[in-house]
Ligand binder design. Structure first.
Ligand code: ADP
Ligand code: MG
Length: 611
């Protein structure tokens, strides 16, 4: 991001070192600024008259004449007296063409480039460029000389893969500007493509890249200046997962969480959501999980074809990767880096999905740092500001009308991995107090291989009201009440199940047994979805509706079977037919035959004559 040549001279020095926390003091009276990025130069021989290492750090706290900074790398060998460069910049990311398809670490170091140059791990203290410095991009201007522009307006576009990447007036620029000059052609990201001038006669040369501090939301200032507008999320994000879309929807531009114990299927569920959701761009923040899992994410996920039919998933994906073996401080930053990239593409009018796996590891990084700063701890030694930090992260999701009148969205879904699957712990609780969709995974369901192992009795969506108008218009006015009725059925089935565990099947009435079987049937054929079947893996909304209507009809029918064996026989047969129906492609003869058989079965089943 920053090259050696651009860095100023050292203006401070180290006065104390404790793990990855250093205390620094200015040499003269250089100001110390919270959240400023500094570079520590460990003493030692230079190379070509330049220090060998620059250890990146972020100032966390300023106290009187000293400041404490967390170092994003190993501090081995750092000692009192080492010189410190104050960059004058906040922790920032480079925003420009070439982000898509890239794997970065939490500080936006491109891992593939590093691997090519140094092997898989970045050696300590090396400065890298986030974006390719040599690649040329075909810039097509969308403004002309003398046009008025403001922050966020589109200057021009470049093709980035199959996307139109908008080059926008830097979000940090204040006031009204006029285009003095704009170029057309192929340029690298460091070449000037436009020059702006303001009323005071100041000029600004602009390249295709801008920098933005990761801890600040991009639209904040743009919303205040009227350049964009926050909108209420009022459409569902269609994931093609029945359990989510039908029962626990997430709004497009909304926020959801997936807590669950180890091995319950958080990562698999997130990757299904990111594969099939109706979004343009996906940002994956692989945060603090074991390296093996992350490598799987990076090597397998990207090769898969994009369900839209164009290219691979990686073409539309950015991966931010900080495994458990990488420095903890950078892990804390990685979520903010990911969100900022997501906000950037939202600002172009795209629908973006950010998935973070796992936010618990991120919170643990925060806890470690807070501990070192000796801050007053809150519950379970997490910092007292844990709750506001979690809210601060999720609240950057949302829907925007951008400067060019388009709508963009950023949906955020984080996993939480509480120790022992105990949802009472602080990170889960704070997250549940923030998000509006909760998909709680249970190890019991995972053990039974009921996938996705989302517990329908535990989970909730608070988006139903917000999405009601959309459902009315696109599905029908009775959709939500019917869905709620089915959740009630699951609850009743669960109660009867519990009773049966005590009393055995004989202890419940045939009527109750029918209810229990209906609930089990709904679970088996609708909630569960086979990720390994090419058809069932993704159920478009129209298909969900068709199946739901059938399941609902069966659930509502007052069957009158002669004994429990007859009940069981009926539902076992329906379950197997519906499973095959889920596997049968739309429009196939198979599907038509199955539908016919199901309808015939339901018609001919014995039922109570309505009084
Ligand atoms: P977590 O991230 O919660 O620790 P994973 O997502 O890695 O758990 O899932 C653990 C294992 O469970 C997977 O490797 C896979 O074998 C199985 N699994 C999880 N979800 C599914 C699913 N939807 N379909 C089939 N198998 C699954
Ligand atoms: Mg996982």
């Amino acid at each position: 991001m920053t090259s050696h040549a651009q860095l100023p001279e050292p203006t401070a020095r180290i006065v104390a070192v404790q793990d990855d926390l250093v205390t620094l003091a200015p040499l003269d009276d250089a100001p110390l600024i919270k959240n400023e990025v500094v570079y520590i130069i460990p003493h030692g021989p230079e190379r070509d008259g330049k220090p060998r290492e620059y250890l990146k750090a972020e100032v966390l706290r300023v106290r009187g004449s000293t400041a404490e900074a967390q170092v994003f790398e190993s501090t081995a060998g750092v000692r009192v007296g080492d010189r410190v460069i104050q960059s004058g910049e906040m922790l920032s990311v480079a925003l420009g063409p070439g982000l898509l398809s890239t794997v970065f670490d939490g500080l936006q170091n491109p891992l593939a480039d590093i691997a090519a140059e140094y092997g898989f791990f970045l050696p300590r203290g090396v400065l890298t460029n986030a974006l390719d410095q040599n690649r040329k991009w075909a810039f097509e201007p969308k403004v002309k000389s003398r046009d008025p522009v403001r922050a966020g307006d589109t200057l021009g576009t470049v093709p980035e893969g199959r996307f139109e990447h908008k080059i926008m007036v830097p979000f940090s620029l204040t006031g009204n500007w006029t285009v003095e000059r704009v170029r057309e052609g192929a340029f690298t990201i460091n070449e000037v493509v436009a020059t702006l001038r303001n009323e005071r006669g100041e000029t600004r040369d602009l390249t295709m890249v801008q920098h933005w501090p990761v801890r600040r939301a991009i639209p904040e200032k743009l919303v205040r200046s009227g350049q964009c507008e926050r909108l209420y999320p009022n459409e569902p994000l269609i994931t093609t997962l029945r359990l989510i879309d039908t029962f626990f929807p997430i709004a497009r531009g909304g926020m959801g969480c997936i807590p669950g114990p180890f091995g319950a299927g958080k990562t698999v569920l997130q990757s299904l959501i990111s594969r099939f959701s109706a979004v343009n761009i996906v940002i994956v923040v692989a945060c603090g999980e074991r390296a093996g899992e992350v490598v799987e994410t990076i090597t397998e996920f990207p090769q898969q074809p994009d369900p839209s039919g164009h290219g691979t998933l990686m073409d539309r994906t950015v991966i931010i990767c900080n495994t458990s073996s990488m420095p903890v401080a950078a892990r804390e930053a990685s979520i903010y880096t990911g969100i900022t990239l997501g906000e950037y593409y939202r600002q172009m009018g795209y629908d973006v999905l950010l998935i973070a796996d796992s936010t618990s590891r991120w919170a643990q990084a925060m806890r470690e740092t807070s501990g070192r700063l000796e801050e007053i701890p809150g519950e379970e030694a997490f910092p007292a500001y844990l709750d506001s930090a979690i809210k601060g992260v999720y609240e950057r999701a949302g829907v925007l009308r951008t400067a060019t009148g388009e709508t963009g969205s950023l949906t955020m879904i984080g996993t939480v991995s509480p120790a022992g699957g105990n949802f009472e712990e602080p990170v889960t609780q704070s997250t549940l107090g923030t998000v509006k969709t909760f998909l709680g995974l249970s190890s019991e369901r995972a053990y039974k291989r009921f996938y996705p192992a989302v517990d329908p009795l535990l989970s909730w969506s608070r988006y139903h009201t917000q999405l009601a108008a959309w459902y009315d218009k696109n599905i029908g006015p009775d959709w939500v009440p019917r869905v709620e009725e089915m959740i009630d059925l699951l609850k009743k089935g669960d109660e009867i199940n519990r009773m049966m565990q005590v009393t055995g099947e004989e202890g419940v009435s045939t009527e109750d047994f029918v209810l229990q079987q209906k609930a089990l049937f709904l679970d088996m054929v609708y909630l569960q979805q086979d990720a390994f079947d090419d058809v069932d893996v993704s159920a478009p909304l129209a298909r969900q509706q068709e199946t739901f209507d059938l399941v609902y009809k069966i659930a509502r029918t007052g069957f009158a079977f002669d004994g429990k064996d007859a009940v069981r026989r009926f539902f076992t047969e329906q379950t197997s037919l519906f499973r095959n129906l889920n596997y049968a492609a739309d429009g196939s003869q198979d599907r038509r035959d199955l539908l016919e058989k199901i309808c015939e079965n339901v018609r001919s089943a014995p039922r109570h004559v309505p009084a």
